[in-house]
Design a protein around this ligand. Structure first.
Ligand code: SF4
Length: 407
Protein backbone atom coordinates (compact mmCIF):
# COMPACT_ATOMS: atom_id res chain seq x y z
CA UNK A 1 0.00 0.00 0.00
CA UNK A 2 1.51 3.28 -1.10
CA UNK A 3 0.22 5.76 1.49
CA UNK A 4 1.92 8.79 -0.04
CA UNK A 5 0.07 8.20 -3.31
CA UNK A 6 -3.21 8.13 -1.39
CA UNK A 7 -2.18 11.26 0.51
CA UNK A 8 -1.77 13.19 -2.72
CA UNK A 9 -5.05 11.96 -4.15
CA UNK A 10 -7.06 12.68 -0.99
CA UNK A 11 -5.47 16.11 -0.58
CA UNK A 12 -6.40 16.91 -4.19
CA UNK A 13 -10.04 15.90 -3.63
CA UNK A 14 -9.70 12.64 -5.58
CA UNK A 15 -12.25 9.89 -5.13
CA UNK A 16 -11.52 6.49 -3.55
CA UNK A 17 -12.76 3.29 -5.19
CA UNK A 18 -14.39 0.53 -3.13
CA UNK A 19 -11.21 -1.59 -3.23
CA UNK A 20 -8.99 1.31 -2.24
CA UNK A 21 -11.27 2.27 0.64
CA UNK A 22 -11.30 -1.32 1.87
CA UNK A 23 -7.50 -1.50 1.72
CA UNK A 24 -7.19 1.69 3.76
CA UNK A 25 -9.93 0.76 6.23
CA UNK A 26 -8.28 -2.57 6.95
CA UNK A 27 -4.61 -1.71 6.82
CA UNK A 28 -3.81 1.99 7.12
CA UNK A 29 -2.51 3.09 10.53
CA UNK A 30 -5.17 4.72 12.70
CA UNK A 31 -3.18 7.95 13.10
CA UNK A 32 -2.87 8.17 9.31
CA UNK A 33 -6.60 7.70 8.73
CA UNK A 34 -7.26 10.41 11.31
CA UNK A 35 -4.80 12.79 9.70
CA UNK A 36 -6.29 12.26 6.24
CA UNK A 37 -9.87 12.65 7.50
CA UNK A 38 -8.93 15.75 9.45
CA UNK A 39 -7.37 17.21 6.30
CA UNK A 40 -10.59 16.70 4.35
CA UNK A 41 -12.63 18.19 7.19
CA UNK A 42 -10.35 21.26 7.30
CA UNK A 43 -10.62 21.69 3.55
CA UNK A 44 -14.42 21.60 3.75
CA UNK A 45 -14.62 23.66 6.94
CA UNK A 46 -11.60 25.99 6.96
CA UNK A 47 -13.03 28.35 9.59
CA UNK A 48 -12.26 26.11 12.60
CA UNK A 49 -15.93 25.95 13.55
CA UNK A 50 -17.61 22.93 15.10
CA UNK A 51 -21.39 23.05 15.03
CA UNK A 52 -24.16 21.55 17.13
CA UNK A 53 -27.93 21.83 17.29
CA UNK A 54 -30.29 22.24 20.21
CA UNK A 55 -33.21 19.95 19.56
CA UNK A 56 -35.05 17.18 21.35
CA UNK A 57 -35.16 13.53 20.45
CA UNK A 58 -38.78 12.48 21.00
CA UNK A 59 -40.07 8.96 20.37
CA UNK A 60 -43.81 9.31 19.88
CA UNK A 61 -44.54 5.60 20.31
CA UNK A 62 -42.57 2.51 21.29
CA UNK A 63 -45.14 0.11 19.85
CA UNK A 64 -43.64 -1.60 16.83
CA UNK A 65 -44.43 -4.53 14.59
CA UNK A 66 -41.02 -4.58 12.87
CA UNK A 67 -39.16 -6.52 15.62
CA UNK A 68 -35.60 -5.71 14.56
CA UNK A 69 -33.39 -8.03 16.59
CA UNK A 70 -30.88 -5.28 17.46
CA UNK A 71 -33.52 -3.06 19.09
CA UNK A 72 -34.13 -2.85 22.83
CA UNK A 73 -36.63 0.00 22.56
CA UNK A 74 -39.76 -1.44 21.03
CA UNK A 75 -42.75 -3.11 22.69
CA UNK A 76 -45.14 -5.42 20.88
CA UNK A 77 -48.73 -4.41 20.18
CA UNK A 78 -50.80 -4.81 23.37
CA UNK A 79 -47.74 -4.82 25.70
CA UNK A 80 -48.40 -3.14 29.05
CA UNK A 81 -45.37 -0.85 28.55
CA UNK A 82 -46.45 0.27 25.06
CA UNK A 83 -47.24 3.97 24.79
CA UNK A 84 -48.31 6.67 22.35
CA UNK A 85 -47.59 10.26 23.35
CA UNK A 86 -50.45 12.74 23.26
CA UNK A 87 -50.43 15.98 21.29
CA UNK A 88 -50.39 17.93 24.57
CA UNK A 89 -47.48 15.87 25.93
CA UNK A 90 -45.50 16.54 22.77
CA UNK A 91 -46.38 20.24 22.95
CA UNK A 92 -45.11 20.39 26.55
CA UNK A 93 -41.84 18.82 25.41
CA UNK A 94 -41.56 21.48 22.71
CA UNK A 95 -42.13 24.26 25.25
CA UNK A 96 -39.36 22.81 27.45
CA UNK A 97 -37.09 22.51 24.41
CA UNK A 98 -37.69 26.11 23.33
CA UNK A 99 -36.85 27.33 26.82
CA UNK A 100 -33.43 25.67 26.39
CA UNK A 101 -32.89 27.34 23.01
CA UNK A 102 -34.18 24.38 21.02
CA UNK A 103 -35.49 24.83 17.49
CA UNK A 104 -36.73 21.41 16.38
CA UNK A 105 -37.89 17.94 17.33
CA UNK A 106 -36.16 14.85 16.04
CA UNK A 107 -39.36 12.84 16.03
CA UNK A 108 -39.19 9.10 15.42
CA UNK A 109 -41.03 6.06 16.70
CA UNK A 110 -42.03 2.46 16.26
CA UNK A 111 -44.14 1.06 13.46
CA UNK A 112 -47.41 1.25 15.32
CA UNK A 113 -50.25 -0.32 13.30
CA UNK A 114 -52.81 1.73 15.23
CA UNK A 115 -51.60 5.16 14.13
CA UNK A 116 -53.03 6.04 10.71
CA UNK A 117 -51.50 8.74 8.53
CA UNK A 118 -54.23 11.17 9.69
CA UNK A 119 -52.80 10.97 13.25
CA UNK A 120 -49.38 12.11 11.96
CA UNK A 121 -50.92 14.86 9.86
CA UNK A 122 -52.98 16.12 12.79
CA UNK A 123 -49.95 15.99 15.09
CA UNK A 124 -47.80 17.96 12.64
CA UNK A 125 -50.57 20.54 12.09
CA UNK A 126 -51.08 20.89 15.84
CA UNK A 127 -47.36 21.51 16.36
CA UNK A 128 -47.21 24.07 13.56
CA UNK A 129 -50.32 25.88 14.80
CA UNK A 130 -48.93 26.12 18.31
CA UNK A 131 -45.27 26.74 17.37
CA UNK A 132 -45.13 28.09 13.78
CA UNK A 133 -41.33 28.48 13.66
CA UNK A 134 -40.50 25.17 15.29
CA UNK A 135 -39.06 22.53 12.93
CA UNK A 136 -40.10 18.89 12.54
CA UNK A 137 -37.19 16.63 11.58
CA UNK A 138 -39.36 13.56 11.54
CA UNK A 139 -40.01 9.99 10.42
CA UNK A 140 -37.12 7.93 9.14
CA UNK A 141 -37.54 6.11 5.79
CA UNK A 142 -38.87 2.86 7.34
CA UNK A 143 -41.57 4.88 9.14
CA UNK A 144 -42.52 6.52 5.84
CA UNK A 145 -42.70 3.05 4.23
CA UNK A 146 -44.81 1.80 7.14
CA UNK A 147 -47.21 4.71 6.55
CA UNK A 148 -47.22 3.98 2.82
CA UNK A 149 -48.26 0.40 3.54
CA UNK A 150 -50.92 1.17 6.16
CA UNK A 151 -52.42 4.04 4.13
CA UNK A 152 -52.06 2.24 0.76
CA UNK A 153 -50.53 5.42 -0.65
CA UNK A 154 -47.35 5.55 -2.71
CA UNK A 155 -44.26 6.88 -0.91
CA UNK A 156 -44.19 10.21 -2.86
CA UNK A 157 -47.81 10.80 -1.89
CA UNK A 158 -47.11 10.06 1.78
CA UNK A 159 -44.19 12.49 1.69
CA UNK A 160 -46.32 15.16 -0.03
CA UNK A 161 -49.06 14.82 2.60
CA UNK A 162 -46.56 14.99 5.46
CA UNK A 163 -44.94 18.08 3.95
CA UNK A 164 -48.35 19.70 3.60
CA UNK A 165 -48.97 18.98 7.28
CA UNK A 166 -45.66 20.49 8.40
CA UNK A 167 -42.77 18.04 7.87
CA UNK A 168 -39.51 19.97 7.44
CA UNK A 169 -36.89 17.26 6.96
CA UNK A 170 -36.32 13.52 7.32
CA UNK A 171 -33.79 11.86 9.65
CA UNK A 172 -31.64 9.08 8.26
CA UNK A 173 -32.57 6.44 10.82
CA UNK A 174 -33.35 2.84 9.98
CA UNK A 175 -30.52 2.53 7.48
CA UNK A 176 -28.48 0.15 9.69
CA UNK A 177 -26.38 -1.36 6.86
CA UNK A 178 -27.78 -0.87 3.37
CA UNK A 179 -27.07 -4.41 2.23
CA UNK A 180 -29.98 -6.85 2.09
CA UNK A 181 -27.97 -9.88 3.30
CA UNK A 182 -27.30 -7.98 6.52
CA UNK A 183 -30.83 -6.61 6.77
CA UNK A 184 -32.30 -10.11 6.57
CA UNK A 185 -30.10 -11.26 9.44
CA UNK A 186 -31.07 -8.24 11.55
CA UNK A 187 -34.75 -8.84 10.80
CA UNK A 188 -35.06 -5.37 9.35
CA UNK A 189 -35.32 -6.33 5.67
CA UNK A 190 -39.13 -6.35 5.64
CA UNK A 191 -39.38 -2.92 7.26
CA UNK A 192 -37.25 -1.55 4.42
CA UNK A 193 -34.87 -3.19 1.98
CA UNK A 194 -31.73 -1.25 1.08
CA UNK A 195 -33.32 -0.08 -2.18
CA UNK A 196 -36.52 0.96 -0.41
CA UNK A 197 -34.62 3.04 2.18
CA UNK A 198 -32.69 4.81 -0.56
CA UNK A 199 -35.81 5.31 -2.63
CA UNK A 200 -37.60 7.13 0.22
CA UNK A 201 -34.63 9.46 0.45
CA UNK A 202 -34.59 9.93 -3.33
CA UNK A 203 -38.28 10.91 -3.27
CA UNK A 204 -37.76 13.17 -0.25
CA UNK A 205 -34.89 14.98 -1.97
CA UNK A 206 -36.94 15.34 -5.16
CA UNK A 207 -39.74 16.83 -3.06
CA UNK A 208 -37.30 19.44 -1.82
CA UNK A 209 -36.58 18.01 1.64
CA UNK A 210 -33.07 17.74 3.01
CA UNK A 211 -32.29 14.59 4.99
CA UNK A 212 -29.47 13.02 6.93
CA UNK A 213 -27.91 9.58 6.41
CA UNK A 214 -26.81 7.12 9.08
CA UNK A 215 -25.00 3.82 9.49
CA UNK A 216 -25.16 1.43 12.43
CA UNK A 217 -22.24 -0.97 12.26
CA UNK A 218 -20.99 -3.79 14.46
CA UNK A 219 -23.53 -6.59 14.04
CA UNK A 220 -23.10 -9.16 11.28
CA UNK A 221 -21.75 -7.08 8.43
CA UNK A 222 -18.35 -7.43 6.83
CA UNK A 223 -15.94 -4.57 6.19
CA UNK A 224 -16.91 -4.76 2.51
CA UNK A 225 -20.56 -4.32 3.43
CA UNK A 226 -19.83 -1.22 5.54
CA UNK A 227 -18.13 0.28 2.53
CA UNK A 228 -20.90 -0.83 0.19
CA UNK A 229 -23.28 1.09 2.49
CA UNK A 230 -21.16 4.23 2.23
CA UNK A 231 -20.82 3.91 -1.54
CA UNK A 232 -24.57 3.57 -2.01
CA UNK A 233 -25.02 6.79 -0.01
CA UNK A 234 -22.30 8.48 -2.07
CA UNK A 235 -24.07 7.44 -5.30
CA UNK A 236 -27.40 8.85 -4.15
CA UNK A 237 -25.73 12.04 -2.98
CA UNK A 238 -24.18 12.39 -6.47
CA UNK A 239 -27.65 12.01 -7.92
CA UNK A 240 -29.66 14.32 -5.62
CA UNK A 241 -27.33 16.28 -3.34
CA UNK A 242 -30.04 16.07 -0.68
CA UNK A 243 -28.09 14.73 2.30
CA UNK A 244 -26.91 17.31 4.79
CA UNK A 245 -24.88 14.99 7.00
CA UNK A 246 -23.70 11.47 7.76
CA UNK A 247 -23.81 9.96 11.22
CA UNK A 248 -22.38 6.56 12.14
CA UNK A 249 -22.55 4.71 15.44
CA UNK A 250 -21.82 1.28 16.79
CA UNK A 251 -24.51 -1.26 17.60
CA UNK A 252 -25.54 -1.08 21.27
CA UNK A 253 -26.16 -4.68 22.34
CA UNK A 254 -27.60 -4.57 25.88
CA UNK A 255 -31.15 -5.84 26.35
CA UNK A 256 -31.46 -6.74 22.67
CA UNK A 257 -32.56 -10.10 21.26
CA UNK A 258 -29.33 -10.24 19.25
CA UNK A 259 -26.94 -9.53 22.12
CA UNK A 260 -23.19 -9.61 21.51
CA UNK A 261 -20.47 -7.06 22.15
CA UNK A 262 -20.04 -3.43 21.27
CA UNK A 263 -17.31 -2.32 18.86
CA UNK A 264 -14.37 -0.48 20.43
CA UNK A 265 -13.52 3.21 20.33
CA UNK A 266 -10.71 2.70 17.82
CA UNK A 267 -13.06 0.86 15.50
CA UNK A 268 -15.44 3.81 15.76
CA UNK A 269 -12.73 6.35 14.97
CA UNK A 270 -11.45 4.31 12.01
CA UNK A 271 -14.99 3.93 10.67
CA UNK A 272 -15.67 7.65 11.04
CA UNK A 273 -12.39 8.52 9.34
CA UNK A 274 -12.91 6.20 6.37
CA UNK A 275 -16.44 7.62 6.01
CA UNK A 276 -14.96 11.12 5.74
CA UNK A 277 -12.64 9.88 2.97
CA UNK A 278 -15.27 7.86 1.07
CA UNK A 279 -18.16 10.32 1.41
CA UNK A 280 -16.39 13.08 -0.43
CA UNK A 281 -19.71 14.65 -1.43
CA UNK A 282 -21.00 14.99 2.16
CA UNK A 283 -20.19 18.28 3.85
CA UNK A 284 -20.96 17.29 7.42
CA UNK A 285 -20.11 14.35 9.62
CA UNK A 286 -21.47 14.16 13.15
CA UNK A 287 -19.67 12.80 16.20
CA UNK A 288 -21.81 10.16 17.86
CA UNK A 289 -20.93 10.97 21.46
CA UNK A 290 -24.38 9.62 22.41
CA UNK A 291 -23.09 6.09 21.78
CA UNK A 292 -19.33 6.59 22.19
CA UNK A 293 -19.29 8.90 25.22
CA UNK A 294 -18.04 12.46 25.48
CA UNK A 295 -14.34 11.65 25.38
CA UNK A 296 -14.42 9.61 22.17
CA UNK A 297 -16.96 12.11 20.85
CA UNK A 298 -14.41 14.85 21.38
CA UNK A 299 -11.70 12.77 19.68
CA UNK A 300 -14.03 12.39 16.70
CA UNK A 301 -13.25 16.01 15.90
CA UNK A 302 -9.73 14.88 15.00
CA UNK A 303 -11.05 11.97 12.86
CA UNK A 304 -13.25 13.80 10.38
CA UNK A 305 -16.27 15.02 12.35
CA UNK A 306 -17.16 18.71 12.16
CA UNK A 307 -20.37 18.57 14.16
CA UNK A 308 -21.30 17.43 17.66
CA UNK A 309 -24.88 16.52 16.78
CA UNK A 310 -27.49 17.54 19.26
CA UNK A 311 -27.55 18.41 22.91
CA UNK A 312 -29.35 15.55 24.60
CA UNK A 313 -32.53 16.63 26.34
CA UNK A 314 -34.33 13.33 26.00
CA UNK A 315 -33.22 9.91 24.83
CA UNK A 316 -35.04 6.58 24.87
CA UNK A 317 -33.67 4.29 22.17
CA UNK A 318 -29.93 4.15 22.86
CA UNK A 319 -30.54 4.20 26.62
CA UNK A 320 -32.78 1.11 26.29
CA UNK A 321 -29.72 -0.66 24.84
CA UNK A 322 -27.41 0.31 27.66
CA UNK A 323 -25.80 3.68 26.78
CA UNK A 324 -26.90 6.85 28.60
CA UNK A 325 -24.30 9.48 27.79
CA UNK A 326 -25.50 12.98 28.32
CA UNK A 327 -24.23 16.46 27.44
CA UNK A 328 -26.05 19.75 27.60
CA UNK A 329 -25.18 22.99 25.79
CA UNK A 330 -22.48 23.90 28.33
CA UNK A 331 -20.79 20.50 28.19
CA UNK A 332 -20.81 20.22 24.39
CA UNK A 333 -19.23 23.65 24.10
CA UNK A 334 -16.63 22.79 26.76
CA UNK A 335 -15.59 19.73 24.75
CA UNK A 336 -15.51 21.64 21.45
CA UNK A 337 -13.48 24.54 22.80
CA UNK A 338 -11.10 22.28 24.72
CA UNK A 339 -10.32 20.57 21.40
CA UNK A 340 -9.37 23.95 19.91
CA UNK A 341 -12.47 24.77 17.89
CA UNK A 342 -15.09 27.52 17.90
CA UNK A 343 -18.55 26.22 18.85
CA UNK A 344 -21.56 27.51 16.92
CA UNK A 345 -25.24 26.62 17.03
CA UNK A 346 -26.84 25.53 13.75
CA UNK A 347 -30.13 24.38 12.28
CA UNK A 348 -30.81 21.17 10.34
CA UNK A 349 -29.53 22.79 7.14
CA UNK A 350 -26.26 23.62 8.90
CA UNK A 351 -26.92 27.35 8.69
CA UNK A 352 -25.09 29.00 11.59
CA UNK A 353 -27.56 30.43 14.12
CA UNK A 354 -25.12 31.95 16.56
CA UNK A 355 -22.91 31.47 19.57
CA UNK A 356 -23.73 29.02 22.38
CA UNK A 357 -27.18 29.72 23.80
CA UNK A 358 -26.15 29.67 27.46
CA UNK A 359 -23.73 32.57 26.88
CA UNK A 360 -26.59 34.95 26.13
CA UNK A 361 -29.50 33.39 28.04
CA UNK A 362 -30.02 32.46 31.63
CA UNK A 363 -30.72 28.71 31.26
CA UNK A 364 -30.57 26.08 33.97
CA UNK A 365 -28.03 23.30 33.56
CA UNK A 366 -29.62 19.99 32.61
CA UNK A 367 -28.54 17.40 35.12
CA UNK A 368 -30.28 14.33 33.73
CA UNK A 369 -31.93 13.04 30.58
CA UNK A 370 -35.68 13.20 30.21
CA UNK A 371 -37.57 10.13 29.06
CA UNK A 372 -40.58 9.78 26.78
CA UNK A 373 -42.71 9.31 29.88
CA UNK A 374 -42.37 8.94 33.62
CA UNK A 375 -41.99 5.28 34.61
CA UNK A 376 -45.35 3.67 35.19
CA UNK A 377 -47.31 6.28 33.22
CA UNK A 378 -49.66 4.19 31.09
CA UNK A 379 -52.09 6.97 30.21
CA UNK A 380 -53.79 6.90 26.82
CA UNK A 381 -54.15 10.29 25.08
CA UNK A 382 -57.74 11.34 24.53
CA UNK A 383 -57.28 12.24 20.85
CA UNK A 384 -56.28 8.66 20.03
CA UNK A 385 -59.97 7.78 20.28
CA UNK A 386 -60.51 9.83 17.11
CA UNK A 387 -58.48 7.43 14.96
CA UNK A 388 -59.38 3.90 13.93
CA UNK A 389 -57.13 1.12 15.25
CA UNK A 390 -56.13 -1.86 13.14
CA UNK A 391 -54.92 -4.35 15.77
CA UNK A 392 -57.26 -6.24 18.09
CA UNK A 393 -55.46 -4.75 21.13
CA UNK A 394 -55.78 -1.25 19.67
CA UNK A 395 -59.48 -1.69 18.94
CA UNK A 396 -60.09 -2.90 22.48
CA UNK A 397 -58.15 0.01 23.98
CA UNK A 398 -60.09 2.54 21.92
CA UNK A 399 -63.41 1.10 23.00
CA UNK A 400 -62.55 2.15 26.56
CA UNK A 401 -62.58 5.71 28.00
CA UNK A 402 -59.32 7.68 27.57
CA UNK A 403 -57.08 8.05 30.61
CA UNK A 404 -55.84 11.56 29.93
CA UNK A 405 -57.80 14.79 29.46
CA UNK A 406 -59.06 15.70 25.99
CA UNK A 407 -56.68 18.20 24.44
S1 SF4 B 1 -35.42 -0.27 15.37
FE1 SF4 B 1 -37.32 0.89 14.99
S2 SF4 B 1 -38.40 -0.39 13.49
FE2 SF4 B 1 -36.87 -1.72 14.46
S3 SF4 B 1 -37.95 -2.71 16.20
FE3 SF4 B 1 -36.93 -0.85 16.99
S4 SF4 B 1 -38.51 0.70 16.89
FE4 SF4 B 1 -39.17 -0.94 15.54
Amino acid sequence: MNLSEFEQRIAGGGRLTADEALELYRNAPTYWLGRMADGVRRRKHPDNTVTYIIDRNVNYTNVCVARCNFCAFYREVGHSEGYVLGFDEISRKIEETRALGGIQLLLQGGHNPDLPIAWYEDLFRTVKQRFPDFKLHALSPPEVIHLSRTSKLAVPEVIARLIAAGLDSIPGGGAEILVDRVRKQLNCYTKASADEWLDVMRHAHRAGLRTTATMMYGTVETDEERLEHMLRLRDLQDETGGFTAFITWSYQPEHTERGGREATGIEYLRTLAIARLVLDNFDNLQASWVTQGGKVGQLSLAFGANDMGSVMIEENVVRAAGAAYFMDDVEIVRNVEDAGYVAKRRNMHYDILGDPFFRSHDVERMLELSTAREAGDTSVPAELMNYPARSAAGKKQRSQPPTSPVS
